[in-house]
Design a protein around this ligand. Structure first.
Ligand SMILES: Cc1cc2nc3c(=O)[nH]c(=O)nc-3n(C[C@H](O)[C@H](O)[C@H](O)COP(=O)(O)OP(=O)(O)OC[C@H]3O[C@@H](n4cnc5c(N)ncnc54)[C@H](O)[C@@H]3O)c2cc1C
Length: 488
């Protein structure tokens, strides 16, 4: 008989609870400060999402646009077969990333065409409620979800080296468990709880591009032509500090985010917001939004910096029986759409670590001790799983001139690597095959080292030579009159 407590009912918490149930825990108790409605059921577009957000005060980003990357979708499907179909059944929109989405980056649009890259676009509410219902449905009898339960601290063994449960805020109720999984999101208080119990809090690295996000939901114009695009992202790179994205969601709506970094602040009035969008280096999104009806209040989100806490480092000496994952370990700049994927991939890592740890454990006592001893090995494994996302987001954000770095921060990419990456992006203007490889890296399906894939390196070299020739031409005869690149 073994009991697990999961703290937090977000993406990481729900999937961890599922893994624990499936890996043989006889009782899993998920404690969530929020009050999710039992069987939240199929989401029904923007109104349902705004209603759902009222019960999700612990996830302030709940009513902001959420794009689920391929790495996350794959991890969710591995844990919950049929999950992609379920998202679509509830109104999620299946997209071929290179054909249906238009990307404007480094001054030109990417090439477009059919590809092997599939995502499902939907509101966070749809993704979250589908996950909630699938996980609770699969694990009925083992999993108890307790809403409106805020955990106020940990219960410790007599020697203080192991965690034996949690204490609830308000009632002071003690919930005992053989393992506690902390998945309390960006605002997790685990570092303070560790310190209060005489343990070392983990080091934190912070990379803050001072992102400001304004978001809203629009109704797609009736005559919108999906062949034009179904979603669009415009990055101001390499020099601009503004950007914008549109993703489709259920019920023919668009979820729209507009961002600024390093002090640029997108406004929250529609007219001014559209002017801001019009100032981007590409006019497509402005043209589309000009004719679209706004369905929700325009909301601002600030403070979404990248932060990573090193629970894997030797100095932390993680107590037995305690695991931590999701945004509680690493929270990222949302512009890159990685957070839910990191959470799902972390739960998948928990699944494989549990499988290994429990493989040789026959008796309940052996199983309990195997799980208790998992803390350090899991956090180390997790660090490797989440490192690529950190590398991509933080290394991208330190390009901006006024980005602040605290703690160790990411090692800045070498000039050679940066130049290679920039030229890979330029190569995406030309060929869908380049996009396929590049996006598999960006969506965490391939490791970052594949940026050195021979096909990408060859494409990047071609871009480098072409741009050097253009510079030489400009030096000798003035700027070239015609753009060298074919756009789409
Ligand atoms: C503005 C914005 C936009 C984003 N857009 C995207 C996107 O497009 N794509 C993407 O992949 N990611 C996006 N993210 C990131 C994504 O939302 C997070 O990475 C993801 O939600 C992390 O999941 P989690 O389970 O770790 O934490 P959360 O989803 O934040 O869940 C934490 C849960 O823990 C509960 N909790 C907290 N403290 C306690 C406690 N003491 N006791 C009990 N319960 C507690 C909370 O109530 C909450 O339910 C975005 C983030 C922001 C800020």
């Amino acid at each position: 008989m073994s009991t697990a407590v999961v703290v937090g009912g977000g993406i990481a918490g729900l999937l961890s609870a599922h893994v624990l149930c499936q890996r043989g825990f006889s009782k899993v108790i998920l404690l969530d400060a929020d009050a999710p409605q039992p069987g939240e059921g199929p989401a029904g577009g923007v109104a349902s999402m705004l209603e759902g957000a009222k019960h999700r005060g612990g996830i302030p980003q709940y009513s902001h646009p959420h794009a689920l990357s391929m790495g996350g979708l794959e991890a969710m499907k591995a844990l919950l077969p049929g999950f992609q179909e379920e998202l679509v059944r509830r109104g999620g929109v299946e997209l071929d990333v290179a054909r249906d989405l238009r990307f404007f980056d480094f001054g030109a649009p990417y090439a477009r065409g059919p590809s092997s890259l599939t995502i499902v676009a939907a509101t966070r509410h749809l993704i979250h409620s589908a996950l909630h219902d699938e996980v609770t449905g699969c694990n009925a009898g083992k999993l108890t979800v307790r809403g409106s339960c805020r955990v106020a601290g940990l219960l410790w063994s007599e020697d203080g080296n192991a965690v034996e449960g949690v204490r609830l805020s308000g009632s002071g109720e003690e919930v005992r468990a053989h393992v506690v999984v902390m998945a309390a999101g960006r605002q997790s208080r685990l570092p303070q709880w560790l310190e209060a119990a005489g343990h070392q809090a983990p080091d934190a690295s912070k990379v803050d591009a001072q992102l400001t996000y304004t978001t809203g939901f629009f109704r797609m114009p009736k005559d919108w032509d999906n062949e034009r695009w179904m979603g669009h992202v415009t990055f101001g790179r390499p020099h601009g500090l503004r950007g914008c994205g549109v993703f489709p969601a259920e019920d023919r709506t668009w979820q729209v985010f507009v961002y600024g970094v390093n002090g640029e602040q997108p406004p929250t009035e529609k007219k001014q917001l559209l002017e801001y969008v019009a100032s981007l280096p590409d006019g497509e999104i402005f043209e589309a939004l000009r004719h679209a009806e706004l369905l929700s209040p325009l909301k601002k989100y600030g403070g979404a910096y990248n932060i990573q806490r090193s629970y894997d480092k030797a100095s932390v000496a993680m107590p037995g029986g305690l695991l931590v994952l999701g945004d509680a370990v690493q929270a990222l700049n949302p512009v890159y759409g990685q957070g839910m994927s990191v959470a799902a991939m972390s739960a998948l890592a928990l699944d494989s670590e549990l499988a290994t740890a429990l493989a040789g454990a026959a008796s309940p006592k052996q199983r309990r001790s195997a799980v208790q001893g998992l803390s350090r090995t899991f956090q180390k494994k997790l660090a490797a799983v989440i490192a690529p996302a950190w590398m991509m987001a933080a290394a991208e954000d330190i390009r901006y001139p006024a980005t602040k770095v605290e703690g160790n921060g990411p090692a800045p990419p070498s000039r050679l690597m940066q130049a290679c990456l920039d030229n890979v992006i330029r190569a995406c203007h030309r060929k869908v095959e380049n996009i396929e490889l590049f996006f598999e890296i960006a969506h965490m399906v391939r490791p970052p080292s594949h940026i050195l894939h021979p096909r990408l390196v060859a494409a990047a070299l071609k871009e480098a030579v072409s741009s050097s020739l253009q510079q030489l031409w400009a030096l000798l005869w003035g700027p070239s009159p015609a753009p060298a690149k074919k756009a789409e």
